[in-house]
Ligand binder design. Structure first.
Ligand code: SAH
Ligand code: SF4
Ligand code: F3S
Length: 481
């Protein structure tokens, strides 16, 4: 444990993460004074929008805030509220503006309250301009590249009256070993890379998350070791395109090799990964999955569109038949694997024929589930300037037809394990019926069965008695471990 008061007598460290530990100490001192003034402990709430990367970043934000001494709460009626934002689609963006109005009303009733915004949306200059102009009650704005600097920025925000804004365009730094507060004690995300170089023409992620950077394999393996020692049984390896992991590292290593090394760790029961781009999915990867039962039988393989013409316009670098061939390869190497996908409806220029090609892939692959998105025009992306933006009513009609088939097929496919006994990693007591617990199979299917909180974080053999559409009702059929 670092002695914070002693630390503060020294000059501010220039290297990370020492610098941030110094500022955590300073923030603690300021917080103590504010707590005395308030006459009660001061609380924080971090709200996450968007994907698994943001969820993992939020765990890091919470870790830092807890180390400073704030008390965690789920309610936004807190003394410090941080929105970790997403901007992948316009509606994610709009939601944040809408909720800021509500936060302002809370702030008017609590003069201790501070509001901070961070994450992908903050990397858009027009967003920051709008905040500076019309949302002056926000105390702190920072981006995706300097998220590790929360403690340092918070010290400024706690001591300055003005809105503190710090956004970096890019970074080469990967700062690690800061405190983390995991949502689940028994499972964790692990970043293996940051950013994205793919520039799919509809997508804003490469602009707000920056260029692809892989972490050193030794650092990742050390982190996994530490997590396992701390009780973690399942890790999810995170990256926008995990298949291109290792590029740019001094000692090149493939994602398949990294996965093999992680899966060989004693004490770790399950390994997942997200997301895998079809364009660089290797045979080696399929082979490693097939050989290693610890690697979860779930493959999320975003399709986006089944039309070769649109895939080209999207800059995806594969064709419909490439994709179908991949699916066949995966299924023949790992029978029963669960396949899921992402699909965009209404990309500029999408014709009925293009859409039917997408429907055809859906019929052929028969996904267990899929995320379907209405195309959202993102400023600064090449697709935003394309002609032939599609009429809303046409998109809605296609979207409904797609969703209907996805759901029908998903129901039928999910039922295929009925009557089998499979292992469930229990996550929580069921919210609606406290006599049940809820967990996941390694293929990510959800299962509810009779049990109590002592089973949380344990792996339980469960008979999958009844499929209720997208989940199972089961029965414990063996000892938990
Ligand atoms: N890196 C991942 C996806 C990250 S974004 C990958 O390439 O698979 C998650 C999903 O959001 C994408 O797969 C895509 O289906 C969807 N998406 C991204 N940009 C979008 C946009 N402008 N409009 C609608 N959906 C979008
Ligand atoms: Fe976006 Fe494409 Fe990168 Fe995924 S791979 S984050 S869809 S640019
Ligand atoms: Fe959204 Fe950023 Fe993830 S834009 S989807 S939170 S990388």
């Amino acid at each position: 444990m670092i002695n914070m008061t002693e630390e503060m007598n020294h000059p501010v460290p220039e290297t990370e993460p020492a610098r941030q530990f110094y500022f955590m100490g300073l923030a603690s001192e300021i917080l103590k004074k504010k707590t005395e003034e308030a006459g009660r402990p001061l609380t924080f709430c971090v709200e996450t929008f968007g994907c698994q990367m943001n969820a993992r970043d939020s765990e890091k934000l919470r870790g830092i805030l807890e180390r400073i001494g704030f008390i965690k709460t789920e309610s936004e009626d807190a003394d410090l509220v941080i929105y970790n934002t997403c901007t992948v689609r316009e509606n994610a963006n709009t939601k944040v503006y809408g909720r800021l109005g509500y936060l302002n009303s809370l702030k008017k009733k609590n003069h201790h309250m501070m509001i901070a915004l961070c994450g992908c949306m903050m990397q858009e200059p027009e967003v920051v301009e709008r905040l500076k102009k019309s949302y002056r009650f926000v105390n702190l704005v920072f981006g995706t590249h300097n998220i590790f600097k929360l403690a340092e920025l918070l010290v400024r925000a706690m001591t300055e009256d003005e809105m503190v804004v710090e956004i970096w365009d890019r970074t080469d730094q990967i700062v690690e070993d800061l405190p983390v507060d995991r949502k689940y004690p028994f499972k964790s995300g692990v970043n293996i890379m940051y950013g994205c170089n793919n520039f799919c023409t509809y997508c804003i992620v490469p602009y707000v998350r920056g260029r692809e950077k892989s972490r050193e394999p030794e650092d990742i393996l050390c982190e996994v070791d530490r997590l396992v020692k701390d009780g973690v049984r399942e890790v999810m390896l995170l990256g926008q395109n995990v298949n291109s992991y290792g590029k740019g590292l001094e000692n090149q290593i493939s994602f398949a090799e990294l996965l093999r090394r992680i899966a060989s760790k004693d004490g770790l029961d399950r390994v997942r990964f997200m997301t895998s781009h079809p364009k660089d999915l290797s045979d080696e990867l399929i082979h490693v999955i097939a050989e290693n039962p610890k690697i979860c039988r779930h493959f999320h393989l975003p399709l986006q569109s089944g039309s070769d013409r649109l895939l080209k316009k999207m800059n995806r670098h594969y064709t419909k038949s490439d994709y179908l061939r991949l699916v066949e390869k995966i299924r023949s190497a790992v029978p029963d694997i669960s396949l899921t996908t992402d699909i965009i409806v209404g990309f500029p220029g999408e014709t009925e024929e293009d859409f039917l090609e997408t429907m055809d892939v859906v019929e052929k692959v028969r996904y267990d589930s899929a995320f379907t998105f209405i195309y959202s025009r993102r400023t600064g992306t090449p697709a935003a300037k394309m002609e032939d933006q599609i009429d809303e009513a046409v998109i809605k009609n296609r979207f409904d037809r797609l969703l209907k088939r996805i759901q029908e097929i998903g129901r039928e496919e999910t039922a295929r394990f009925t009557g089998q006994c499979r292992e469930v990693l229990v996550e929580n007591v069921n919210e609606h019926d406290p006599s049940l617990v809820t967990g996941r199979l390694d293929n990510n299917f959800v299962v509810h069965f009779k049990g109590d909180s002592s089973l949380i974080g344990r792996i339980v053999p469960v008979s999958l008695d009844e499929c209720k559409g997208f989940y199972y009702i089961g029965r414990q059929n063996g000892d938990a471990y």
